[in-house]
Design a protein around this ligand. Structure first.
Ligand code: TEU
Length: 529
């Protein structure tokens, strides 16, 4: 075997900077706050940090609407703080991954401001214009085209109207993006999480938004212009990637991306008239089968990105909640699953302490553009106000964006000032408390990561084969990881009743419940065989 590419060795921790830690007491998290907490992050055992966008932004979509790719937003600090963060992280063997948002910019980006001036402006062609809008819809609700009377033209926005889509067919635009990516890599970042990257090859006039014919040529061009010869990390956010199309991104021979986030497990619960807002109960059996199919498909051509949580998704403790089940058991299960599957595991801030949803009480507490736009649309549909509020607040994105719960102190120790968004139940769940409790999710995670990254186990988890074990029965989620004569077996109870533990007597490496004879719902066990 040749040299192992570094992306295969990482355990990634995702930070949503607005809600991580407030270093300057203005109620919003910032880069200084992250720097102050680097020892904590390192103590988890993770090796890299992906930071959701921290660049200049009017925050119409939580910073995913960037108005300057070269400058940190003053809310988060400045470029010197980012340099410090990269340096201080490095001292602790932590690498920094930035969020690359290049499907669209903010409407306040100077390129768009120029583009608005006239159809002859050199920047006009950085965006996508038409005289004849079609029926394309914005992900956040409503039409995907916005009329500009001064130009008598419409521009495309697949997301909020303040997020005009960039025109990747324009080679000048592509060169600008390559330059910016090289700039940050030269400045010491390790790589990028590439926001909705599957959209860049879109053909809107044919209603094609993802997987357009030029998507892969553009990604390969980025590789040639930016990544070639570098040891950099790339993960694409690809909602429409299936087990066939994902290898187009990830097959190393094609030189595009290291891995992609696949969302089939979540999209299953969006296939209703109101998407995720018609809350369907997730079925772990179906989710297991989807994840296992991903693991089993062409492992030599596709490295997995394993995650069940991020800043867009409901918290796993809430999404998978069942009466009578301790949320900490759910968290320990989802965390350990992602750590021992084949691929790179991603942990989202708060997941390590089993944070839950804050239970929003009124519309005034909501912040997210997706929730607020949909609320309006639901009212227009005739849905009563209280029902519409319930719909958007139950699985809405604000739920996973509440401040980190550091301690039992005011505002969960996140900030002395009133936070920009409601804080969850920090009296029950906080880091300080969990640090002291040997049975906590936090201490379980530290143990699990240490085990995964250990000299004896890492090669099996990283390089070993994956095999689903179906012989135990439908309520078991079980798989084997094997390398040479070394074999690990992961097994969990995804049913409603306690199950016997068929691995009794084997050498236990990790377990989220004390007893060994039976596994309660969400009980998991990892053994060496
Ligand atoms: O998310 C892409 C995206 O499509 C989500 O909006 C998703 O469909 C929805 O939230 C879940 O139902 C990325 C970012 O992660 C998200 O935060 C941004 O809002 C979006 O792109 C636009 O940049």
């Amino acid at each position: 075997m040749g040299i192992v590419p570094s992306f295969k060795n990482q355990v990634v921790y995702q930070i949503y900077p607005r809600s991580f830690y407030d270093g300057n007491e203005d109620g919003t998290g910032d880069l200084r706050g992250i720097i102050e907490k680097l020892d904590y992050i390192a103590s988890l055992g993770v090796t890299a940090i992906w930071i959701s966008p921290c660049f200049k932004s009017p925050f119409k979509d939580g910073g995913y609407d960037i108005s300057n790719y070269y400058e940190v937003d003053p809310l988060f600090g400045n470029n010197a703080d980012l340099d410090d963060l990269i340096k201080e992280a490095k001292k602790r063997n932590l690498r920094i991954i930035l969020d690359l948002v290049v499907n669209h910019t903010s409407d306040q980006h100077p390129w768009f401001q120029e583009a608005l001036k006239s159809r002859d402006n050199p920047y006009h062609d950085y965006y996508i214009w038409t005289k004849k809008p079609n029926d394309l819809r914005s992900v956040f609700g409503g039409p995907a085209y916005e009329y500009v009377p001064e130009l008598d033209e419409y521009y495309l926005h697949l997301f909020a109207k303040e997020q005009p889509d960039l025109n990747w067919a324009n080679p000048k635009l592509r060169a600008e993006i390559h330059k910016m990516m090289n700039y940050w890599l030269d400045r010491g970042v390790y790589g990028f999480r590439e926001d909705v990257i599957e959209n860049i090859g879109k053909v809107p006039e044919k209603m094609i938004t993802t997987n357009g014919p030029m998507l892969h040529p553009y990604l390969h061009e980025i590789y040639e212009q930016v990544f070639k010869g570098r040891d950099a990390f790339t993960v694409g956010e690809c909602w429409d990637a299936d087990n066939v199309s994902r290898t187009l991104y990830t097959d190393p021979q094609r030189e595009e991306l290291n891995m992609v986030f696949q969302f089939a497990w979540f999209k299953k619960y969006e296939a209703t008239p109101h998407g995720k807002f018609d809350r369907l109960s997730p079925d772990l059996h179906e989710i297991r089968d989807i994840i296992f199919a991903q693991q089993e498909t062409e492992p030599e051509k596709s490295w997995n990105a394993n995650f069940l949580s991020n800043h867009d998704l409901p918290r796993p403790t809430a999404f998978f909640a069942r009466p009578g089940v301790d949320p900490e058991d759910i968290a320990k299960f989802t965390l350990s699953l992602n750590l021992f599957l084949s691929g790179t595991p991603f942990i989202y801030q708060g997941e390590e302490i089993a944070m839950g949803h804050p239970h929003f009480d009124s519309l005034e507490e909501l912040r997210d553009v997706e929730e607020l736009n949909h609320y309006k649309l639901f009212l227009e549909e005739g849905i009563p106000e209280d029902k519409a509020f319930q719909m958007v607040s139950i699985n809405g994105r604000d739920n996973s964006r509440t401040p980190m719960q550091w301690s039992d102190a005011k505002n969960g120790g996140f900030s002395a000032e009133t936070p920009w968004i409601k804080v969850g139940d920090y009296h029950t769940i906080n880091i300080e408390k969990q640090e002291k409790d040997p049975e906590s999710t936090l201490n379980f995670l530290k143990k699990a990561i240490k085990l995964r990254q250990s000299v004896a186990i890492l090669p099996i988890v990283r390089d070993g084969s994956f095999k689903a074990l179906r012989e135990y029965g439908n309520d078991y989620l079980a798989f084997e990881r094997k390398l040479g004569d070394k074999r690990l077996v992961y097994l969990a109870n995804i049913g409603d009743k306690p199950l016997t533990n068929p691995l009794l007597g084997k050498k236990v490496l990790l377990q989220n419940k004390g007893e060994q004879e039976t596994l309660p719902p969400f009980g998991m066990i990892l053994v060496e065989d």
